[in-house]
Design a protein around this ligand. Structure first.
Ligand code: ZN
Length: 268
């Protein structure tokens, strides 16, 4: 098995927890020494998903880049200065998974990627939607459709260039109302239909890459870490697993499940 180590520089978010975790009950360790140079092994207590790493029980750290590990052997944490830590992860990188992204379609966020990236409509588009609601004339409608089309095209190319495999839920064509849509989701539907059309057209030209359609069944209710089902609380944007206590952004969890199902297809 090939071993890799990846050094990830990150800004700290919960240093007090980190301090409590390492310092508590350790008489040999003084606080100054801790502050100056924190280096510790943390094993079997880290999760990397999207651009976040969760080191239990220290909290979440935002990573500059996304890595996927097949297994983690060891994690070293080193304090660089007041606001930065260096995290070094030793483990085996999952190259296929790193080149595969799951895309979750949503209503709060337009799309959420399994690497943690979220897209909403730009302010310009939102303003045009408001404008269209007030004056639903043909000119405004065409301008709006044109805007959504351009955004769908650019996002489809962006996902295509960044990843070898893109996994999406097989949702079919979503309903789009012809006349004066009342809710935002009609515009989201319109965007999604165009976005997936573009993906299809782009991917069909490149046999080295792949667009994977996956079964959308319960992608938002399954824990992306342990694979078990937890009832989702609709109000809560955070998914917390009742079984393994894994806690993660709800949309990123769904996107990871989508990616994981896509990976099963790729491996088959
Ligand atoms: Zn779980």
């Amino acid at each position: 098995m090939n071993k890799y180590s990846v050094s990830l520089k990150t800004t700290y978010q919960q240093s007090h927890q980190l301090y409590n975790y390492f310092y508590k009950g350790r008489k040999d360790q003084n606080k100054k020494r801790f502050e100056r140079n924190l280096i510790s092994d943390i094993t079997d207590s880290a999760f990397i998903y999207g651009s976040d790493i969760e080191i239990r029980p220290c909290g979440y750290y935002k990573l500059a880049q996304s890595y996927v590990f097949k297994s983690i052997q060891k994690i070293l944490l080193k304090k660089l200065n007041q606001s930065r830590y260096e995290i070094t992860v030793f483990g085996e990188l999952d190259k296929v998974a790193m080149n595969t992204v799951g895309v979750d379609f949503g209503i709060v966020n337009l799309i959420t990627l399994s690497d943690g990236t979220k897209y909403k409509f730009p302010t310009k588009t939102k303003q045009m939607i408001q404008h269209y609601r007030k004056e639903p004339d043909k000119g405004t409608k065409n301008t709006l459709i044109d805007m959504l089309d351009k955004e769908a095209e650019s996002l489809a190319y962006k996902t295509y260039f960044e990843y070898a495999y893109v996994c999406i839920e097989d949702l079919g064509k979503l309903d789009v109302l012809d006349e004066f849509p009342k809710a935002d989701y009609h515009f989201h539907h319109l965007f999604w239909n165009q976005y997936t059309d573009y993906l299809r057209h782009i991917f069909i030209k490149n046999p080295d890459k792949g667009l994977k359609y996956i079964d959308p069944f319960m992608t938002s209710q399954i824990c992306s870490h342990c694979g078990k089902r937890s009832m989702k609380e609709l109000k809560n944007r955070i998914f917390t697993c009742h079984h393994c206590k894994h806690s993660i952004d709800r949309d990123v969890n769904a996107a990871l499940n989508i990616r994981n199902r896509g990976l099963q297809q790729i491996a088959a």
